[in-house]
Ligand binder design. Structure first.
Ligand SMILES: Cc1cc2nc3c(=O)[nH]c(=O)nc-3n(C[C@H](O)[C@H](O)[C@H](O)COP(=O)(O)OP(=O)(O)OC[C@H]3O[C@@H](n4cnc5c(N)ncnc54)[C@H](O)[C@@H]3O)c2cc1C
Length: 382
């Protein structure tokens, strides 16, 4: 039995915890709470079938602007992943991330980035146009870039299954095909949830519903600034071997190797300004349709002509859930016992371990960990 004394410090949080959503984030929260509290995770479909399944799962050491606190969060996530990569539990393909500038303006903006990243403890190096040509990038069309060699690709399905197995082994109840249809609140405190398979009492409810998170908020009667952007992906088939890091162009389009002879092409749209409210249950196939294919064809023929004639063999579209400042919403809300683990933008695979760890600490001790302060869901109130 776990020592529950710290958990008792948070009073009623010792009552059952319900986590809504069995994506990588909800599963991480369940995993990190597994020996501390009575936890039930409810997933309306199958585990990892939401945005997590749409992800290209690059572990990224940093986002665009160097930020020491964010770097610290990601270091904690990486420490978690690394031990499981090292012991062979998780696969990891260390392909790196390349940021490419094609305009003078962008090049001037990124020139100092490796120095800033170094300050945040992240290895990054500048790359000349001539060096970029080894990836099939036409050096005449770019000004240069910087490379993060330690980034790489994880397998989201593997991560979700690991969390689920470990959580279940420690007594966490994981119910799939169980949709939450209502959250009951009494005098400003959550008391449970209603589902397609009956009601559950709870002292704590964690919204980890990814792009469906605003719907759970509606059930509770609150509203947080969460919006969606499309994440379209094309799979391109190559006859020759592809050796390509995750390569982000300043236009927001990106390409990456996928296995030996495939290329993924996508668009990285993560700002709140370009986001809208979309229906996560709707069909978004059009976002990877003709127009997007033309945009990728244009990108490739401009910068990577040797890939321009490849056939598209598959495509899909996921929704990113974004916030006004690009940081997730993690922690308590005004409704007692109702917490968020949402708004992961394009970094939910990267952040899932640290978000689970910090939220579990928040729930078991009642204290807000330092690294959660800037993620407080209340930061946009008023
Ligand atoms: C194209 C694309 C590429 C990406 N690439 C990367 C990357 O390279 N690196 C990275 O770190 N991140 C990446 N991301 C982001 C990452 O995939 C997400 O941030 C992450 O998967 C979010 O996980 P989640 O658990 O919050 O949401 P989800 O995976 O969407 O999980 C939410 C779950 O909640 C369930 N649910 C919803 N409503 C209910 C309800 N009422 N009752 C019960 N269950 C419910 C859903 O069925 C779903 O399974 C990418 C995203 C996209 C779209």
């Amino acid at each position: 039995m776990a020592d529950n004394s710290s958990a008792r410090a948070f009073g009623r949080a010792r009552e059952p915890v319900i986590i809504i959503g069995g994506g990588v984030v909800g599963m991480s929260v369940a995993y990190h709470l597994r020996d501390e509290m009575e936890v039930t995770l409810l997933e309306k479909s199958t585990l990892g079938s939401g945005t997590t399944a749409a992800s290209i799962a690059q572990f990224t050491q940093h986002q665009y602007d160097p930020d020491t606190e964010e770097a610290e969060r990601r270091r904690r996530s990486w420490a978690f992943y690394k031990s499981l990569v090292d012991d062979g539990t998780f696969g990891f393909d260390r392909i790196g991330t390349l940021h490419v500038a094609s305009s003078d303006k962008e090049f001037a903006a990124i020139k100092e980035t490796p120095t800033g990243l170094e300050y945040a403890g992240i290895t990054a190096t500048m790359v000349t146009p001539a060096e970029l040509s080894r990836y099939g990038i036409d050096p005449e069309t770019v000004r240069g870039g910087f490379f993060l060699p330690d980034d790489g690709v994880l397998d989201p399905g593997e991560i979700v299954q690991y969390f689920a197995t470990e959580a279940r082994t420690s007594g966490v109840t994981v119910e799939t095909r169980t949709a939450v249809t209502g959250v009951t609140v009494d005098q400003g405190r959550v008391t449970g949830v209603e589902t397609t398979r009956g009601t559950y009492e709870a002292g704590t409810v964690v919204n980890a519903a990814g792009p469906w998170a605003p719907r759970i908020d509606e059930m509770v009667g609150i509203s947080k600034p969460l919006r969606h952007t499309y994440g379209p992906i094309l799979v391109l088939q190559s006859d020759a071997n592809v050796n390509l890091p995750l390569t982000l162009f300043e236009s927001g389009y990106y390409v990456r190797e996928e296995g030996d002879r495939q290329l993924l092409a996508g668009k990285f749209a993560t700002t709140y300004k370009e986001a809208t409210m979309l229906d996560p249950d709707g069909s978004h196939a059009e976002a990877a349709g003709e127009q997007f294919r033309l945009e990728i064809a244009e990108l490739l023929s401009t910068h990577m002509p040797s890939y321009a004639a490849l056939d598209v063999t598959n495509s899909w579209v996921g929704l990113r859930t974004v916030t006004p400042d690009g940081r997730p919403l993690v922690g308590a809300t005004d409704v007692k016992g109702y917490l968020h683990a949402t708004g992961m933008s394009g970094y939910g695979i990267t952040l899932a371990p640290v978000v689970g760890e910090l939220l579990a600490e928040r729930l078991t001790t009642g204290n807000v960990p330092r690294l959660l302060e800037s993620l407080a869901p209340s930061r946009f109130d008023g």
